[in-house]
Design a protein around this ligand. Structure first.
Ligand code: ADP
Ligand code: MG
Length: 243
């Protein structure tokens, strides 16, 4: 359903992605782990052409976009079928929690406000923030802001949510509530590609672990096998460093 084919990306003379191939089935949750600088964020950003890949193809459902012949329409379709959750929360500071979630519905999907509000109310329930609906971001904790960010991603009903270290900017005591929300989406089979350094979370929430190093996928597998019996020496070294 989602396929990344032979993806290459250079920044100047630095090769950052060196031929990435990855497929996700509908409803699958894949965790990407790997050392800092290995190209994880760049990979996520290339999927919706936030960065333009040099070579390769992104296929999401009926949309296939080849980097070499990408059209505006193709890129627009990819952006419609994906949603991204960043490290920081990227909320509109002058909008309340519910307005932040309504925003893409009103602006992108062009829904009438009443309809957008009804959907946003349902999403606030999913992310456990019904009682904070009228709070501005400054009156929300970091964890609550990130849950609004996840809600905003959910609002547009994307085919896949891309999450780039969604908890790494949070104080440790706020990480759990955000991971719980992501876990609940995984349990509902929301298709997700999650870059994370939370190994326990990756083991619990993901269907598959992908280990990246130096612009390549080095190893992948089901969490239980991957963590119990990593095959590649680079995977072993990385896991020893983070555990
Ligand atoms: P990760 O998310 O795994 O830490 P990144 O994808 O952020 O890795 O970065 C991979 C490499 O690409 C790093 O060496 C980084 O310095 C470089 N890089 C990332 N973004 C840019 C950019 N916009 N311009 C130049 N170099 C970049
Ligand atoms: Mg990164």
């Amino acid at each position: 359903m989602i396929e990344i084919k032979n993806l290459y990306k250079n920044f100047g003379s630095t090769a950052v992605l060196k031929g990435i191939n990855l497929k996700l089935k509908k409803g699958e949750v894949v965790a990407i782990i790997g050392p800092s600088g290995s190209g994880k964020s760049t990979l996520l950003r290339c999927i919706n052409f936030l960065e333009t890949p040099d070579e390769g193809e992104i296929i999401i459902g009926a949309t296939a976009v080849n980097a070499r012949i990408a059209t505006k329409e193709g890129i627009g379709q990819l952006r419609k079928s994906t949603a991204m959750v960043f490290q920081g929360y990227n909320l509109f500071k002058n909008k309340t929690a519910i307005e932040n979630i309504m925003e893409p519905l009103v602006i992108v999907k062009k829904l009438p406000r009443q309809e957008a509000e009804a959907i946003a109310r349902g999403i606030l329930e999913q992310v456990g923030l019904v009682d904070k609906r009228d709070n501005y971001p400054s009156k929300l904790s970091g964890g609550q802001q990130q849950r609004v960010g996840i809600g905003r991603a959910l609002a547009v009903e994307p085919d896949i949510i891309l999450l780039d270290e969604p908890t790494s900017a949070l104080d440790p005591e706020l990480v759990g509530e955000v991971l719980d929300v992501i876990k609940s989406l995984a349990d509902k089979h929301m298709t997700m590609l999650i870059v994370t350094h939370e190994m326990n979370f990756a083991r619990d929430a993901a269907d598959r672990i992908v280990f990246m190093d130096d612009g390549r996928i080095i190893e992948e597998g089901r969490p239980a096998e991957f963590f119990a019996n990593p095959q590649n020496s680079r995977t072993v070294k990385f896991l020893n460093q983070v555990r």
